[in-house]
Design a protein around this ligand. Structure first.
Ligand SMILES: Cc1cc2nc3c(=O)[nH]c(=O)nc-3n(C[C@H](O)[C@H](O)[C@H](O)COP(=O)(O)OP(=O)(O)OC[C@H]3O[C@@H](n4cnc5c(N)ncnc54)[C@H](O)[C@@H]3O)c2cc1C
Length: 399
């Protein structure tokens, strides 16, 4: 349930294991809105399993490097090359891609599976576990019965809310504005072929190219006491100008191009060990929402999808057992992403004063191999559960 990147990936993964899947989405159309997204090499191991790696690569850009720049003087704080040496080390590329393009690749693969039913315009309001089957209820009182529910319904998951009753996610006082502009509008002195993160006290900007270098994706993120208020373009722009007043001229030029009509409130949740109850489980942001410091939220949702489908297959449709094994296999890795993302957010991306100088001193001296070693736990990928010997691999079915 939920037709985002996680939902589309798990629908495809389950269908490729011969299950019948309904992909239920509240929006009138699947996958039509989005900006850029970065994907680490760990996502590609999963794309291989879904048979979409070539399609993804054909729409992606492999940047030269991931660069972290100081927002005041543009000095390099950290650099991770993402070219040949990265490929040699991690076997798979680091890419940037338009989220809509990635979504459409997954959705087209779903459409080519006769055992996936796409159900847009279907707003789920709750579920019931009936013991031998489950039931979703929609906004217009439609009932949808099935063998199991995968709640891939994002940060404000209603499946999670009904299961765990925790209330709102943790808001940290930061907001984001996202924009894509034609590359031809981008000032000449801006890095065009890298993923750049400008780090500043209480704010950052990320930018990178998209769609064969014709588009430029910019994300501005900053702390503000008005993060819960809905403002207008004039008030948002004034706030941005004030927040970034001391930043480098290149950053100011990029900020002047931002479309500030829409604002996202940045949130996450504390990690948890258990996110399944019987035949109902969660996936992606619904299970382990994270700050975007490591650019791994969608990558984790895609890894979840493969892991979940593998266990459902291995457990021959015993969903409750498969979901317990899935969360046990996934919680530590996803918790590490959540906690390291918080750590980098607070102690690396947004530091000020002498702390900023210490960070720059320490990180700018790190060589390529040291950087790769730091990221190996993440980029080497998720080790998929092996199939226990003696199990009948071809007998997975829907219960
Ligand atoms: C500014 C920003 C930048 C990011 N950059 C990156 C990045 O570079 N790399 C990366 O890997 N991750 C990144 N992320 C994180 C990434 O966007 C998320 O982790 C990812 O989209 C989660 O996917 P999901 O499918 O779990 O949830 P979502 O993408 O939120 O999808 C949930 C879907 O469920 C649907 N839905 C919700 N409620 C209902 C309902 N009641 N009934 C029916 N349908 C419902 C929604 O409409 C939606 O389509 C970023 C996040 C932000 C905010």
């Amino acid at each position: 349930m939920g037709g985002g990147l996680g939902g589309a990936a798990v629908a495809l993964a389950l269908a490729r294991k011969n299950l019948h899947v309904r992909l239920i989405e509240q929006a009138p159309e699947f996958g039509v809105i989005g900006y850029g997204i970065q994907l680490g090499p760990n996502a590609f191991h999963m794309f291989d399993r879904l048979g979409v790696s070539d399609a993804v690569l054909s729409q992606a850009i492999i940047p030269n490097s991931l660069l972290m720049l100081d927002s005041i003087d543009a000095r390099i704080i950290a650099r991770i090359p993402t070219g040949a040496s990265f490929m040699t080390r991690f076997k798979r590329p680091y890419i940037v891609i338009h989220r809509v393009d990635l979504h459409q690749i997954l959705l087209n693969a779903c459409r080519s599976q006769p055992n996936i039913e796409l159900m847009p315009h279907t707003d789920v309001v709750g579920f019931e576990d009936l013991g031998t089957r489950v039931r979703l209820r929609t906004q217009n009182d439609q009932l949808i019965d099935g063998g199991a529910i995968v709640g891939a319904d994002g940060l404000r998951s209603i499946i999670r809310q009904q299961m765990l009753n925790e209330g709102e996610p943790r808001m940290i006082g930061f907001v984001a504005h996202r924009t894509m502009v034609p590359m031809s509008d981008v000032p000449a002195d801006v890095h065009r072929n890298d993923v750049v993160l400008w780090s500043g006290p209480g704010f950052h900007i990320v930018h990178y190219p998209l769609r064969a270098g014709t588009l430029f994706n910019i994300v501005a993120v900053f702390k503000t006491s008005s993060y819960l208020e809905r403002g207008d373009i004039v008030s948002y722009r004034a706030e941005i100008e004030h927040t970034y007043r001391d930043s480098h001229t290149s950053m100011k030029a990029l900020l002047s191009m931002m479309d500030v009509t829409r604002r996202w409130v940045i949130s996450d949740r504390d990690p948890i060990r258990r996110w399944s109850r019987g035949r109902v489980t969660l996936l992606g942001d619904a299970a382990h929402p994270t700050l975007q410091s490591l650019a791994q939220g969608a990558c984790m949702a895609i890894e979840d999808a493969i892991c979940l489908a593998e266990f459902v297959h291995q457990d021959n449709g015993d969903f409750a057992r498969a979901f317990r094994r899935y969360e046990a296999a996934r919680y530590l890795r996803t918790a590490r992403v959540q906690l390291e993302s918080r750590y980098h957010w607070d102690n690396f991306y947004h530091v000020a004063g002498i702390e900023r100088e210490v960070v720059r001193e320490a990180w700018s001296k790190r060589g390529e191999n040291e950087m790769f070693d730091c990221l190996a736990w993440l980029y080497d990928g998720f080790v998929l559960p092996s199939v226990p010997s003696g199990r009948n691999q071809s007998s997975a079915s829907k219960r």
